[in-house]
Write a protein that binds this ligand. Structure first.
Ligand code: ADP
Ligand code: MG
Ligand code: MG
Length: 476
């Protein structure tokens, strides 16, 4: 299986059909679930979350490299979030032209002016990578992005290992089935939340999941909620609208929602412009940010996860600013950077434009957006860049080298989709959790992984966007 699933298995139609049936039932049994698209706010209609029939081979060395760098990424994000001067400089051009980032930045400025009311910081992030595998060369681990807000699938990915173990056993591949790794990001993410809750120091206080209108992926959240309930920590789920109606701060800036004190606000919403349906949503974000509740993420940490910050970090000398005495950490982080290029006005940005226009297939053009489906590829890069190459509009984007993983054949199991073999590309995510109080890092951990796989026909899009599906690495 070192090169993928052997053809005698992949092309055995009868076997594949049997395996797919077994796999779908196992997904339901193990709780790899999603609500129906038509009724995202009810659990009356539920099916399996999409996943691959087989796990995907991943070289052990790069997998371990991704895990090993995670605590350094945690530290880096945390330092950036506290460095107002760095954020100001890095985002200056972006916020001139990108209204969404500008609004987030304004909240950040406001809090700096007023002073922070909470010294406890909770970070739950997911750093995503792809393997660059040029012909004949060894796979090289490259970061695609880091998600510092609402990073999802830590819950469902805790349940997928048993699924693939079973499929491999039924396929007669016992040895491989024993090599599927355990994975439990839900417990690790909840561990971070529980730590922050404990430091907040009020037994009555709740953890509030700030959730979207569309709650199709609720089971992913429920795993984290359940881990908290196991520790006797109360959790509630509220939307912006709910908090705006019943939320308020007391004289000590403690946050109350429906009369319940909130120790931790865990954002599973608020990462894209459409999440703020009215001015009230923005007011509510500011209200929560001002409060004593621990915010996951706080506004500085949210901004630290922007693509513009990622591009600035890749400039010579910038990582050294954060790790002045740790050249080996700098090297470990930098080894995972792909080429990232500014589109700011000036000669450097002009060079980026020329480079992109002459070889568009080598790059990805990225706006400051989250949630999949926003990037621009190939000939569309030329169309978009031609239209804005001499305008400040281009500063809302960054350019990135396109990563080329080697395609692997697999079956993507998705409700009502035909069972057919696809050429697939995978993206490895690594979950990080950390808690800081004042200057003390109280917890800094790598808490699990997520492999997502999509057909190579699609250049973009995650699981929630309906393109990628859940997967597991099979280390080779
Ligand atoms: P988002 O925050 O919307 O998830 P990403 O940077 O993760 O933004 O991009 C979305 C998807 O686009 C990724 O999951 C990946 O499939 C694809 N993608 C992004 N950057 C690259 C890249 N440099 N090379 C190849 N594919 C990429
Ligand atoms: Mg993202
Ligand atoms: Mg992404």
């Amino acid at each position: 299986m070192a090169q993928g699933i052997p053809d005698e298995v992949l092309m055995n139609t009868a076997l594949i059909k049997d395996l797919a049936d077994v796999a779908k039932d196992a997904a339901l049994l193990h709780g790899v679930l999603m609500r129906a698209q038509e009724t995202p706010n009810s659990s009356e209609l539920v099916s399996y979350a999409p996943f691959t029939l087989f796990p995907t081979p991943v070289p052990k060395a790069v997998f371990l490299q991704a895990l090993a760098v995670q605590t350094h990424y945690n530290t880096l994000v945390d330092m950036i979030s506290q460095d107002a001067e760095f954020l100001q400089e890095a985002l200056a051009s972006t916020i001139e032209v990108d209204g969404f980032t500008a609004r987030l930045f304004r909240i950040h400025q406001q809090i700096l002016k007023e002073g922070r009311s909470q010294s406890i910081v909770l970070g739950l992030n997911r750093s995503d990578f792809m393997l660059d595998q040029k012909d004949g060369q060894a796979a090289s681990l490259k970061q695609i992005e880091i998600n510092t807000i609402a990073a999802s699938f830590g819950g469902l990915s805790s349940r997928t290992p048993d699924l693939h173990r079973l499929v491999l056993k039924v396929a007669g591949r016992l040895e491989e089935s024993q090599r599927i790794l355990d994975n439990n990001p839900a417990a690790g993410l909840a561990g971070g939340i529980a730590k922050a809750w404990e430091l907040y120091g009020s037994e009555r206080a709740v953890v509030m999941f700030l959730v979207e209108e569309n709650q199709r992926n609720i089971f992913d959240h429920r795993y984290v909620e359940n881990e908290l309930w196991k520790r006797n920590i109360r959790t509630i789920r509220r939307r912006f609208e709910d908090v705006s109606k019943t939320g308020n701060l007391d004289g000590n800036k403690r946050l109350f929602v429906d009369g319940q004190e909130v120790a931790v606000v865990y954002f599973r919403n608020g990462y894209m412009p459409q999440n703020y349906m009215s001015e009230q949503s923005w007011d509510t974000r500011l209200l929560m940010e001002r409060s004593q509740a621990v915010k996951c993420p706080d506004i500085g940490t949210h901004l630290a996860g922007t693509k513009k910050v990622q591009q600035v970090l890749a400039r010579p000398g910038v990582l050294e600013r954060f790790f002045p005495d740790q050249p080996q950490v700098v090297e470990q982080i930098r080894a995972t950077f792909a080429g990232l290029y500014t589109l700011d006005m000036g000669p450097e940005g002009d060079t980026t434009v020329k480079m992109a226009l002459s070889e568009p297939d080598k790059f990805v053009l990225k706006p400051q957006r989250e949630g999949g489906g926003n990037n621009i590829y190939g000939s569309e890069i030329c169309q978009v860049l031609e239209g804005m190459k001499d305008s400040t509009e281009r500063m809302a984007f960054i350019l990135m080298d396109k990563i080329h993983p080697r395609p692997v054949q697999n079956y993507l199991l998705r409700q009502d989709a035909p069972l057919k073999v696809s050429n697939c590309l995978s993206e490895l995510g690594v979950f990080g959790a950390y808690v800081r109080r004042g200057k003390d890092m109280v917890m800094n951990e790598c808490v699990g992984h997520l492999l997502r796989t999509k057909s190579s026909e699609h250049s973009d899009g995650g699981v929630a966007a309906g393109v990628a599906v859940l997967d597991n690495p099979l280390l080779i």
